[in-house]
Design a protein around this ligand. Structure first.
Ligand SMILES: NC(=O)c1ccc[n+]([C@@H]2O[C@H](COP(=O)([O-])OP(=O)(O)OC[C@H]3O[C@@H](n4cnc5c(N)ncnc54)[C@H](O)[C@@H]3O)[C@@H](O)[C@H]2O)c1
Length: 308
């Protein structure tokens, strides 16, 4: 049995499906219920509830720890809440795993630990300089996750996820919410909005590839270094929108708004270490993943025939 904290969220929903397809029993520990159709056992609990966590982890082969507050702006407004869930909550999970005799915790860290990269592609040796309390808490948490390998002989992994995208992502996600927003605008016949000149770049990685990385992490022997989980492909926001418009046959005619403060200019990961350590190899091309998202929306609305 695998415990997935935060299993009711975007990545968690996909991961539960993947683990169940692979034959695992799955227990979700989350403060929100799982999405309809997810066939996992659900325990409503917070990772802040240290007393209950050990019991929930008993008998598990491993834990994938995804539970987190992911809103970067909220982490600036309320750094203590962010720290409590994202850093202290991770220590609770580690302590619970240790006491329950669970050897493996695979942790969702973030590219936010790097801050503004000064060389690209960003490899794991690139200095860390988080620009937000969210990034700082993720960095602290991943240090603890890996520290438990040397302290207690655990086989933990810390995966630094870049911009994960896929079906079911909330438009407010700080990571790839832009894809959901573009898809909504295109399918509703509205003008998509680009902040800045559109030349800012991101490394978009499909959620199926991220799930594959977590399965490899939980089935492996742990890793003393954090691992970048990304596509290794740099894509500008303007290119992203052009690709989406191309798929739908819509005109590329965005509205440009002033750039948002605090956004990093460029991001792309070096993924060689994850390839070497856990055999990670992303399979889903951005255009294919985007097509799936847009086709899924086709069922809901009249996509591919944008309103004029
Ligand atoms: N989506 C991305 O691109 C991305 C990139 C880098 C890192 N990450 C990390 O991956 C993980 C999953 O991200 P996501 O996009 O699925 O986010 P999400 O917000 O969809 O999922 C997070 C889940 O955690 C749960 N949660 C929040 N506080 C909790 C608590 N105190 N106790 C138990 N559960 C709690 C939420 O209810 C939610 O179901 C997070 O740790 C996030 O920081 C995501």
């Amino acid at each position: 049995m695998i415990v997935v904290t935060g299993g009711s969220g975007f990545i968690g929903t996909h991961l539960c499906g993947r683990l169940i397809d692979d034959g695992y029993d799955v227990r979700v520990v989350d403060i929100a219920p799982p999405k309809a159709g997810v066939k996992a056992e659900f325990v409503r609990a917070s990772v802040l509830d240290a007393a209950r966590l050990t019991k929930m982890l008993e008998g598990a082969e491993g834990v994938v720890h995804l539970a987190a507050l992911i809103d970067v702006a909220s982490s600036v407004a309320d750094p203590f809440s962010d720290f409590s869930v994202n850093a202290a909550g991770t220590i609770n999970v580690l302590e619970a795993a240790r006491h329950a005799g669970v050897k493996k915790v695979a942790f969702a860290s973030s590219a936010a630990v790097y801050g503004e990269p000064f060389r690209l592609p960003v490899d794991e040796e690139h200095p860390t300089a988080p620009l937000s309390p969210y990034g700082a808490a993720k960095l602290a948490a991943e240090r603890y996750v890996l520290l438990y390998n040397s302290l207690y002989g655990m086989e933990n992994t810390a995966l630094r996820l870049f911009n994960v995208f896929g079906e079911g992502q909330n438009a407010s996600s700080p990571y790839s919410g832009v894809i959901t927003k573009f898809a909504d605008a295109i399918t509703e016949g509205n003008q998509p909005i680009i902040f800045g000149d559109g030349e800012q770049t991101r490394d978009f990685v499909h959620v199926d590839d991220v799930c594959d990385a977590f399965v490899r992490a939980i089935e492996g022997q742990g890793c003393s270094s954090p691992l970048n989980i990304a596509s290794g492909v740099e894509t500008s926001v303007a290119e992203l929108l052009e690709t989406m418009c191309g798929i739908c046959g819509a005109d590329f005619s965005p509205t440009y708004m002033p750039e948002r403060k605090g956004e990093i200019a460029r991001s792309v990961a070096d993924i060689k270490l994850a390839r070497k350590k856990i055999g990670y190899s992303p399979r889903m091309a951005l255009s294919q993943g985007l097509r799936e998202i847009l086709e899924a929306k086709d069922g809901e609305r009249s996509i591919f025939k944008p309103k004029k």
